[in-house]
Ligand binder design. Structure first.
Ligand SMILES: [Zn+2]
Length: 183
C-alpha cells in the first residue's frame, strides 16, 4: 500500500468505529479510546486543558450561564429526565463542559442507558473530579469538571462492560462540538 493510500484509509477510520454503538470489549480498547480522544475533536477547535483552572465568583457564573445550566453546574440541581436534546446526539464529536469548555467525553464513550440522561461509560482522562454526597440520604458519587468545579452528574456502577461505569450527566451542563458540521 502506498503511503498516501494508507493515510487516507486511517483518516476515515474513526467514522467506521463510531458506527458500532456497542462499547469496546476490552479495557485495552477503552484505554486507546481515552488516549486518542482528540481524533473526535473538530479540526481547528480550541479547547482548554484541566491544568488551566477557571475560578469565578458565583455572581459571575450567574451572569455568564443560562439559568438552567447555572442551577446544575453551580448548585448541583438535576435536570428533568428526557429534557436534553443531547440524549439523542449520535454524531461523532466531543462533549465539553458548558461552564468552561473543558472536553469531558467523546461520542465513542456515550451509550444509551435508557435513563433519559446522556450517559457515558468512561471519560477523557483527568477531566473530572469526584466527591461523595448524601443529598438523597444514601451516599452517591458526585462528579464535577476538573477545570471549573462545575457539577455534572453522578457516577454509578451499573454501566456496560468492560468498565461497568455509568456517568449519568445533565445534558444542560454539556455542549457538543460535532467533529464535522454545525453545533
Ligand atoms: Zn468546566
Amino acid at each position: 500500500m502506498q503511503r498516501r493510500t494508507l493515510l487516507k484509509f486511517l483518516a476515515v477510520g474513526p467514522f467506521f468505529t463510531h458506527v458500532q454503538a456497542a462499547p469496546p470489549k476490552s479495557m485495552k480498547s477503552i484505554e486507546e479510546m481515552q488516549k486518542n480522544w482528540k481524533t473526535l475533536l473538530a479540526p481547528g477547535a480550541e479547547v482548554p486543558n484541566p491544568g488551566e483552572p477557571l475560578k469565578l465568583a458565583e455572581a459571575e457564573w450567574r451572569k455568564r450561564l443560562p439559568s438552567a445550566a447555572y442551577k446544575v453546574l453551580r448548585q448541583e440541581d438535576t435536570e428533568r429526565a428526557g429534557s436534553s436534546p443531547l440524549n439523542g446526539e449520535k454524531r461523532p464529536g466531543v462533549f465539553v463542559c458548558a461552564g468552561c469548555g473543558l472536553p469531558l467525553f467523546t461520542s465513542e464513550m456515550k451509550y444509551e442507558s435508557g435513563t433519559g440522561w446522556p450517559s457515558f461509560f468512561t471519560t477523557i482522562p483527568g477531566a473530572l473530579g469526584t466527591k461523595t454526597d448524601f443529598k438523597i440520604l444514601y451516599p452517591r458519587t458526585e462528579y464535577h469538571c476538573a477545570r471549573c468545579g462545575g457539577h455534572h452528574g453522578h457516577l454509578f456502577d451499573d454501566g456496560p462492560a468492560p468498565t461497568g461505569k455509568r456517568y449519568c450527566n445533565n445534558g444542560v451542563a454539556l455542549k457538543f462540538i460535532p467533529k464535522e458540521g454545525k453545533a
